[in-house]
Write a protein that binds this ligand. Structure first.
Ligand SMILES: *Cc1c(COP(=O)(O)O)cnc(C)c1O
Length: 398
């Protein structure tokens, strides 16, 4: 089946991982195996599959050949064990939490994680007796202080959403492991093109594939990649029984989007590298946060931990929330919408949108000011993006 891609370049990997000709027809594009269940050759074959041995599939919630191609593709890029595709990024997170935690366990998380990720831990898993502390994990002393004897999971998002704050993944892994805890990294913002947390000691990587990995703003999907077979086996029952599985059609679309990941990430990053300094130099802009700028407090960590600064920029317009609204309402090319990592440029206002469910005090403490605007730079011609920002900032300043 698949040849060893682990030594090849990342662009080659995105194009070829999980993408072998169909063994029965020779089809170069993967077939969509749209079935709920699979016939066993005989009783022993079926019994073997249920016992975890033998070749084949049982039931699509537990695995499917189209979905397996996608799981293989992402695992190849992340350098991990084949993991689990899920219905959404939130389904990936909930599957990991459901699979690893029990009453009395404690989670330490990055304070500015994706809003719903924090809500589900603080509000929903709390109902089952799981406690949590969300701290600025870019501050290793704060992370160390938050870890308790009962801490079983450290959950880092880096770069974090939407503050673009980075956490030192290798240091977080050391702190987690010294306490016998696992490190889960949400790698949605960077994608494996720019950052591979397993190389830095993380145990599990999760993705909202809705964002860069699919990249075309037309699929909601998630992925879990464990470091090794052991963790794969620990998470497998949760994936089987929680039912947050992916659908074969969804997997096929995501596989199609994934093939252009490396090109999209590089093009969007080239654009962001031009837009970020232009914003920083603009008189209507109060501040800009982008790991590629020398002004980013963790510029050096970004250079060490990532293969590039990516294409997410956060900034604030002078004149507070009203000026910010004038900017967002006057943009013509950039779309006012949540989500990120698509080929088109999207812009949003976290404190009234993605992070509105958080208490304002928590938002401010996490660095999400009322006027912060998050820009997900796409793959358009950069001159068009610059012109749109220019006219939007002129409207904001008026
Ligand atoms: C969008 C997002 C999620 C949630 O993913 P869905 O696919 O929307 O469920 C989780 N983490 C990050 C960083 C995200 O941007």
């Amino acid at each position: 089946m698949a040849h060893d891609l682990s030594k090849l370049g990342r662009t080659t990997q995105t194009i070829h991982a999980g993408q072998y000709p169909d063994p029965t027809t020779g089809a170069v594009a993967p077939p969509i195996i749209q079935t709920s269940t699979f016939a066993f050759r005989d009783c022993d074959h079926g019994a073997g599959l249920f016992a975890g041995s033998g070749d084949g599939y049982i039931y699509t919630r537990m695995g499917n050949p189209t979905i397996a191609r996608l799981e293989e593709a992402v695992a190849t890029l992340e350098g991990g064990e084949q993991g689990f595709a899920t219905a959404s990024g939130m389904a990936a997170l909930c599957t990991v939490l459901f699979g690893l935690l029990r009453t009395g366990d404690h989670v330490v998380g990055t304070s500015s994680v994706y809003g719903p990720s924090r809500v589900v831990i603080e509000r929903d898993f709390a109902r089952f007796g799981v406690t949590s502390s969300f701290v600025d994990t870019s501050d290793l002393a704060a992370l160390r202080a938050a870890i308790r004897p009962e801490t079983k999971l450290v959950f880092v998002e880096s770069p974090a959403n939407p503050t673009i704050v980075l956490t030192d993944i290798a240091a977080a892994a050391e702190l987690a492991h010294a306490n016998g805890a696992l490190l889960l990294v949400d790698n949605t913002f960077a994608s494996p093109i720019l950052q591979r947390p397993l190389e830095h000691g993380a145990d599990i990587v999760m993705h909202s594939m809705t964002k860069f990995l699919n990249g075309h703003t037309d699929v909601v999907a998630g992925m879990i990649v464990p470091r090794n077979k052991d963790l794969h086996e620990r998470l497998r029952p949760a994936h089987w029984y929680l039912g947050a599985c992916m659908d074969p059609h969804q997997a096929w679309l995501a596989l199609r989007g994934f093939k252009t990941l490396a090109m999209r990430v590089r093009t969007a990053q080239e654009n962001a590298r031009i837009l970020a300094p232009a914003l920083e130099a603009h008189p209507a802009v109060a501040w800009v946060r982008y790991p590629g700028l020398a002004s980013h407090p963790q510029h050096a960590l970004a250079e060490r931990q990532m293969d590039g600064p990516g294409s997410l920029i956060s900034f604030e317009v002078k004149g507070g929330i009203e000026a910010g609204k004038r900017l967002l309402d006057s943009l013509e090319l950039m779309t006012l919408a949540v989500s990120l990592g698509g080929i088109e440029t999207l812009i949003q206002h976290p404190s009234s949108m993605t992070h509105a469910a958080m208490a304002r005090a928590d938002r401010i403490a996490a660095g999400i000011s009322d006027g912060l605007v998050r820009l997900s730079v796409g793959c358009e011609d950069v001159d068009d993006l610059l012109a749109d920002l220019e006219q939007g900032l002129a409207a904001a300043a008026s």
